[in-house]
Design a protein around this ligand. Structure first.
Ligand code: DGY
Length: 326
């Protein structure tokens, strides 16, 4: 039987790529940068499967250009780059990669929390600049994490994993979420209103999906409600924070610092003020970037793709409604 034709928008880690290459007739975009939209539109015309990344805008136009498309498999847990209602309307299941990146992403949120609080980037720059002359009682001071209050916005899998880490630091944990999360409550976390979380947290870590409701969830008003010494950590999606408002708040000393794995847009302009502030760490969206996790994400992507091509239910569908349409 002829193998299904699949378009893959970037080279994936071998754990998934090798299976896709063995089991399908795959065309792989080998560039380091994402393929241009015109290229995606051209390639999907004859494809039954599409493997994409969070950098690829997969909208109704792409879907309409792909009359044979049976499945979209995204190598990420987030899928705000895909028009899910459009896929559902067209009966196309979309798969993502939840679960496998939870701990790795929580590790990075924690890394940013510690590095920002204890001024790791700033300290390294200080040494590189030759400013380290002696041990100083007031040099590069930062707040303690131990015993402080952590506010977690969005208590999904990653939020819970961050709360577990916070337990080891004897932190008081507050969270906001659309519904109560018993697992978080068992960790001693308390669900509160956003205003309470903003006012009482020493550190705030964002773990919500990007939706119309969470776009600019943290803006000028929210930043003003935070403690002046507070730090904001974002490993979710850049647009959850109003970046101009954050820049102004940091410049004016409204909050003390930020650790950002995600920005708006990505990549951030290297001349953007946030990139050059001593109290800000900006990383290039690498929270899930461990070797093991990226391999697992690629494997799950292949699982979703191959199930979709066989006409089976995807192991991780984000729009299971497609299976209820009869
Ligand atoms: C995701 O999976 O959504 C992350 O942002 C990248 O791993």
């Amino acid at each position: 039987m002829a193998k299904a034709r699949v378009y893959v928008t970037r080279l994936l880690p071998a754990a998934g790529m090798d299976r896709i290459l063995a089991e399908t007739e795959a065309v792989v975009w080998e560039g380091e940068m994402p393929p241009p939209k015109e290229e995606i539109l051209r390639q999907v015309a004859s494809c039954e499967g599409l493997v994409c990344l969070l950098t690829d805008p997969i909208d109704a136009e792409v879907m309409d250009a792909a009359p044979h498309l049976k499945v979209i498999a995204q190598m990420a847990v987030g899928y705000d780059n895909i028009d899910i209602p459009a896929a559902t309307e067209r009966g196309i299941p979309v798969g993502n990669t939840p679960g496998v990146l939870t701990e790795t992403t929580a590790d990075m949120a924690w890394t940013l929390l510690m590095a920002t609080a204890r001024r790791v980037g700033d300290g390294q720059q200080y040494v590189r600049d030759g400013k380290w002359q002696t041990w100083g009682p007031m040099t590069l001071l930062g707040p303690d994490l131990y015993g402080a209050t952590l506010g977690i916005v969005g208590m999904g899998r990653i939020g819970v994993a961050v709360a577990r880490r916070a337990q080891g630091f004897n932190m008081r944990i507050l969270y906001t979420n659309l519904f109560p999360v018993p697992e978080a409550d068992l960790l001693g976390a308390s669900q509160v209103e956003m205003d309470t979380l903003l006012a009482e947290s020493d550190f705030i870590s964002l773990h919500c999906a990007l939706t119309p409701e969470t776009t600019h969830l943290i803006g000028a008003a929210e930043l003003r409600k935070m403690k002046p010494g507070a730090l904001l950590i974002n490993t979710s999606r850049g647009p959850v924070v109003d970046q101009d408002a954050l820049t102004e708040a940091l410049q004016a000393g409204v909050i003390a610092g930020a650790g950002l794995d995600v920005t708006d847009p990505e990549p951030i302009d290297p001349n953007h003020p946030l990139v050059h502030m001593e109290n800000v760490i900006v990383l290039p969206h690498i929270a899930s970037a461990s070797i093991g996790t990226r391999n697992k994400m690629a494997e799950l992507t292949a699982d979703n793709l191959l199930a979709g091509l066989r006409g089976e239910r995807l192991p991780n569908p984000v729009n299971p409604e497609v299976y209820e349409r009869g």
